[in-house]
Design a protein around this ligand. Sequence first.
Ligand SMILES: [Zn+2]
Length: 132
Amino acid sequence: MNLPCMNCKKEVEEGQGKFFAQVYVCPSCHEQAQHFHNRLVRELNFLLVMAKESIRLALVQSKFSFPEGPAGEPSKEQVLKEILLMEERRDRLAREQATCTASTGSTKPNAPTPDLLSAADDASLHKHSPRG
Ligand SMILES: [Zn+2]
């Protein structure tokens, strides 16, 4: 008896099933999950590089100070927003400089915002407004 894919519920042929994060799935669902995960890893790695670069720039310009939030340290939201702003600025610069570097194959000027970031944004917008 063959087990079904936990995601799409289709029956998985024997020997074809795969695990993604300990979840038994069909090859198709596995490929999609893996693909999405790889993309997020790339995006997050890029954000890490950007974050480090911004700190490096601030340090060499003698402008670095630890950004203090309400709890004495920056919230994840704050950090993500800072990084997004930096990304926008860099994006604009890149477009202004617009040299012939058409090697990525991507024609879209803006990468889709990862779900992580929009989720963080939602959280910040989620305010209780007084009755009115
Ligand atoms: Zn499946």
